[in-house]
Design a protein around this ligand. Structure first.
Ligand SMILES: Cc1cc2nc3c(=O)[nH]c(=O)nc-3n(C[C@H](O)[C@H](O)[C@H](O)COP(=O)(O)OP(=O)(O)OC[C@H]3O[C@@H](n4cnc5c(N)ncnc54)[C@H](O)[C@@H]3O)c2cc1C
Length: 418
């Protein structure tokens, strides 16, 4: 690797150098945890492909909906990095890692040597490779730039099509609707949020979103996108089509592992790490959506926060922690729609369901039990017990004694605690 110019902080510092690739949620949470444990241990350099400080990606949905501003969602401003003596290269992605020389090279040509390297490159949105997917006006929903593009489109155009009826797609659709667009959500499966919800809850959700003005095309397979200077229509395999001035693809993400792969790090679906978040190279750690731990990959922040704690402890030299996968919970961030899903919501031949339906109140609750343990929960309309059920799932609590009233919630099961 050629070394056009070395970065300023590669001088004769006595401290080892930690280079962080990615300036997103996993990376900076790990750095924050590390600063708590060993603030003086490393000279830290962070490279970020995006031209900003670190922000709360989760809150892009409320920004799109007009409930928050970009300033509201900033987590670490450039001043924060300066205050902690961290060198930030924002808008300058790392393009190569030379593991023999232990140096990274960024697009600008800056090269920084490392003693420890932390990879946190996140995911890339999956763009369905149908004809027309590269037309102007076809975008993903992952970063600030995407949100700017959506807001711009909402000012100038009318018809939005969101491809993908999962969590992200519905949040995008809701935001675009709030910005005054006419929005159709196209989903290949027969029910919305099929990764998180069972069908009765998905049907209630669809009804509620239709009442707000969203349109849905379920069991719809996109065949092509067409337009001249900009996208104009989306076409389906059954021969039908709908007008579109903006197409937002929310059909899943893929771990961003190109850099790690080209550096010869062992990757399968993502960068393979052990229980300490170390890759196959002991000097290189990885956290977040770019990692694979025991076959699992990740798409929510709760497990990533735990990875950050474990990786930071090992980087700090206090390496007693081990990363253990836990059940996860999700909530839809659409104001006025209460939805909560946790753990295994499908179950199997050995599991049992407890269901409560109250159509008039628009409430649906389904609890999935295995033996005397709660393993999953889907709540719609009344989600206040979500965190409690989630705790019962995580703690593997024996619920035999409260099984008969479990579906009525914590207040009836444990009046003193609620
Ligand atoms: C709109 C939206 C809403 C969401 N809502 C929720 C929610 O409600 N709950 C939840 O738990 N999760 C939610 N998520 C998911 C959550 O945001 C992610 O799980 C989390 O951001 C993953 O963190 P990460 O650091 O692995 O990846 P990211 O936050 O994506 O950070 C990776 C960073 O690395 C940068 N990068 C990539 N390659 C390089 C390189 N070579 N050099 C330098 N930098 C590079 C990228 O530009 C990016 O900034 C949401 C995501 C989106 C997009």
């Amino acid at each position: 690797m050629s070394t056009p110019h070395a970065a300023a902080n590669t001088s004769a510092s006595a401290r080892p150098s930690l280079v962080v690739v990615g300036n997103g949620m996993a990376a900076m949470r790990t750095v924050e945890e590390l600063l708590k444990l060993a603030p003086e241990l490393y000279d830290i350099t962070v490279f970020g492909a995006e031209p900003h400080g670190n922000y709360n990606r989760i809150l892009l949905s409320p920004v799109l909906a007009g409930d928050k501003s970009i300033d509201d969602i900033m987590l670490n401003t450039p001043q924060w990095y300066t205050r902690h003596g961290i060198t930030l290269h924002a808008g300058d992605p790392v393009e190569a890692i030379d593991r023999k020389q232990r140096v990274v090279r960024a697009r600008s040509g800056i090269c920084v040597p490392y003693d420890r390297l932390l990879l946190a490159t996140g995911s890339k949105p999956f763009i369905i490779p149908v004809p027309g997917h590269d037309l102007p006006g076809v975008i993903a929903f992952r970063d600030i730039q995407d949100v700017h593009q959506m807001l711009e489109a909402a000012r100038q155009h009318r018809h939005a099509v969101v491809i993908g009826g999962g969590l992200l797609g519905l949040e995008a659709a809701n935001g675009l609707l709030r910005q005054g667009m006419q929005v159709t959500v196209v989903h290949v499966a027969g029910s919305l949020m099929n990764q998180q919800l069972d069908q009765p809850a998905a049907a209630l959700l669809k009804q509620a979103l239709e009442a707000r003005g969203l349109r849905f095309l379920l069991n719809a397979e996109t065949a092509a996108i067409s337009g001249e200077a900009r996208v104009q229509a989306v076409h389906f395999k059954d021969g039908s089509s709908i007008p579109a001035d903006l197409v937002v693809m929310t059909a899943g993400v893929r771990p961003n592992i190109q850099l790690a792969q080209s550096a010869g790090l062992h990757c399968e679906r993502a960068i393979v790490v052990d229980d300490t978040l170390q890759t196959y190279d002991p000097r290189v750690y990885a956290v977040g959506e770019c990692v694979q731990h025991r076959r699992a990959t990740f798409g929510l922040v709760a497990p990533i926060w735990e990875q950050a704690r474990v990786a930071a402890a090992h980087l700090a030299g206090a390496g007693h922690r081990r990363y253990v996968q836990q059940a996860t919970a999700t909530k839809l961030k659409v104001t006025g729609v209460d939805l909560y899903s946790a753990g295994d919501f499908i179950g199997d031949a050995e599991s049992e369901d407890l269901v409560l339906r109250d159509p008039r109140r628009g409430v649906y609750k389904r609890l999935i039990l295995k033996g005397s343990q709660l393993i999953g929960a889907v709540l719609y309309g009344d989600v206040k017990d979500g965190p409690w059920y989630f705790e019962l799932i995580q703690q593997r609590t024996d619920i035999a004694a409260i099984r008969h009233k479990l579906v009525f919630g914590q207040a009836l099961c444990m009046p003193a605690a609620a």
